[in-house]
Structures are given as structure tokens and as C-alpha cells.
Design a protein around this ligand. Sequence first.
Ligand code: NAP
Ligand code: G4F
Length: 363
Amino acid sequence: MAPPTRRRPSFATARASRGLPGFRRAYHTEESTANMPRALVTGITGQDGSYLAEFLLQQGYEVIGMVRRTSTINFDRIRTFQDRITIVQGDLLDQVSLINILQQHRPAEVYNLAAQSFVPVSFDQPVLTGEFTGLGVTRVLDAIRIVDRSIRFYQASSSEMFGKVQEVPQRETTPFYPRSPYGVAKLYGHWITINYRESYNLFACSGILFNHESARRGLEFVTHKITHGAARIKLGLGDALYLGNLDARRDWGWAPDYVRAMWLMLQQEHPDDYVVATGETHSVREFCREAFDYLGLDWERHVVVDPKFYRPAEVDLLVGDPGKAGRILHWEPSISFREVVRLMVDADMASLRQTGNHSPHVG
Ligand code: NAP
Ligand code: G4F
């Protein structure tokens, strides 16, 4: 059987997302899938994977989503468009699976979003985090080197790499100082991406993304923990919300904006690395105030500090300079911090009203 065709997305499509003229949206029918650009997304069941897949479908892509085997399938975030993508089984720990997927599906672009992405767990499972989040990147890159060096590659790098920040705001040239096994693993992934670009001439990009949120965020991350907790309290389902360090500051953006930046990186003439951020920073305390105020609640009456949520080493302040992404990718965030908080609160209120105490990843 001949391998499926690979097509690069047209220049017109790339221009479209920048709002440039000459664009015609790539609507497609089943017969036309042979001409669609094809992308592989690892981590498709995660927050970003689900938004990226939706975005790529809108751009006229055929999307291959890699999932790992679990005893219970959790496709909550991709359920609404699951029938429009191809799901394949693979694991970042198993290079054979990665090579097979590339050989079988011949994508033009690979977005590596899979990772153990929760910082506290990286202190409990530092070796496994290194395997998934660090070495996993090498496995994907090397599969590309073996199968097809023309594949364009996106690596989900992180502002956690800046850790104990050496410069404010942080930009592409800021020295790194990671403060968790997760940050260290991501730094390895960042440098191996650059190394494969320089060694094998791969079109490999590293997106240094600052925190980005949505109703699809895992409930263990502080933003969703706060909006969900505030909504529960508003609805009389609880009274207290237990948090750790309220003084930590983050540059929080809107996840759908950030997946657009990933795609833009792979549409450029040359591969490069970009900071993606809003340029604004807020503390966990401010996030609490914003969420509770919106619901007419006094956050100080409900939020309780529990040292069990402190980390062995903390990242105190993150704020990115998205100047390069603005100049070269024409990327900018579409909504404000306040809107991010309110959209998340609204989604939690709606889903809690519908389901009682459970908050599925919707919205
Ligand atoms: P997420 O919601 O935690 O999703 C992680 C995804 O990785 C899930 O689909 C998970 O699958 C998958 N995965 C984990 N281990 C795997 C393995 N061994 N093999 C295959 N798949 C595996 O993370 P996210 O927020 O969407 O973030 C996406 C990526 O961007 C991650 O690499 C994260 O570290 C990075 N990042 C995120 C942010 C942010 O603010 N969100 C900022 C900077 C960088 P299961 O469903 O099976 O668990
Ligand atoms: O929401 P967080 O767990 O996100 P964190 O550690 O910044 O990591 C996220 O963003 C990174 C990008 O910078 C990604 F690479 C990574 O994958 C992930 O998506 O914690 C944010 C801050 C921390 O300083 C933490 O100490 O909130 C503080 N915090 C205070 N109380 C809490 C809590 N964090 C969590 N998760 N839970 C708490 O109760």
C-alpha cells in the first residue's frame, strides 16, 4: 500500500490566521482528505492537545491524535470532535510506537504536547518525569530523523525553565534556572530540540509558553482549583478552599490563543524558538480575589493556606515578553486576565449546576 500523501499547509492558510488577505478557508469533504495537510498531535487528550486539534481541523488539517493505553479511556476533552480525527495508540516511553506511527501516517507536522505536566508530581516522580517530559522529546525527534527529516516539529517548552528568574520580563535570551524536576526535564527537551535542528537540519521549534488556562485545565492546577472551588462555595457545595503559596506570580493567558502560536511557529520560513505570554503578571492571591469577587464572595473568608501545597522549591515570579512572537508571528493574546478568570468561573458554575459536584472538562 502506498503511504498516504503529505502536504504542507498552503501559504494562503498560514496568511489566514494572521488576518492577511488572499485567504480562502480550507473546507473539506471526505473525498478531499488526500490533499489535506496532516498533523500528528501527542497529548491530544490534554488541555492544549484538544484545543490544537480543534484549531487544526478548522484550518483544514487531517489530525492524527496519539493516546497512550489506559485501563479507563478519558476522552472528555476531545469527545465533541472525536469522530473527525484519527486516534492512534502510542507512548513517549516506547520509541517503536513513535516510529510506527510516523511511518504509517506520514504527517507533515508533529506537535509534541505529551508530558507529565504537573510540577508537584515531578518532585514525587522525578525519574518518570524525566522519562516522559525530557527523554520523550528525544524519542520523538529521533523517530522523525529516522522516518522523514522533512517533518516539521513543535516542542511544548515551558516558562518553568526560567524558574528562579535571571531577568524580568523573561524573553528568548534570558538564562534558564529551573526549580523543579519538571523544569529541568523541559529544559532538556528544549535543548535537544535545538540540538536536532542544528545537527540534522530539522525544522524543529521550541515554544516557551507561559501558563495558559481554560475550562479544560486539569482541576489540580491552581487556576481551575480556584474557579471550581469558588463556584462550589457559591452553590453551597463547600465552604473552604485549601491552597498553598498565595504570593507566587504567574503570567496567565488563554489556552486557545496559545495553540494558535504553536501552529504559527511551524508556518514560518525558518525554525526558531519563541516566548508566548501576555506580558502581565498576577499573584495567586489576585486570582482568588478576582474569581471570588466575580461571584460576590469574600475570598478571605473561604481560602485557607495549607502548607501541604507548598513546593520544595518555588518559582516566585513569571512574566514573559512576547515581543518576538508579536513581531514575527503577528501573534497577540485575545483576552485579558479578568476575562480568563470570568470565563473559567462561568464554565464551572454551568457545569456544577448541571452535574452537581463534578466538573467535566468542557468549554
Ligand atoms: P495536560 O493537560 O497535562 O496534558 C498532557 C497530555 O500528555 C495528556 O494528553 C496526557 O495523556 C499526555 N501524556 C502524558 N504522558 C504521556 C506518555 N507517556 N505518552 C503519551 N502521552 C502522554 O497538559 P497541557 O496543559 O495540555 O500542556 C501541554 C504541553 O504543554 C505539556 O507538555 C506541558 O508540559 C506544556 N506546557 C503547558 C503549559 C500550560 O500552561 N498549560 C505551559 C507551558 C508548557 P493522558 O490523558 O493519558 O494523561
Ligand atoms: O497552577 P500551577 O500548578 O502551575 P505551574 O506550577 O506554574 O505549572 C504550570 O505552568 C507551567 C508554565 O509555567 C507549565 F509548564 C506546567 O506544565 C503547568 O501547566 O501553580 C501555579 C502557582 C505555583 O506557584 C504554586 O505554588 O500556584 C501556586 N499554588 C498555590 N496554591 C498552587 C496552589 N498550585 C497548585 N497546583 N495548587 C495549589 O493549591
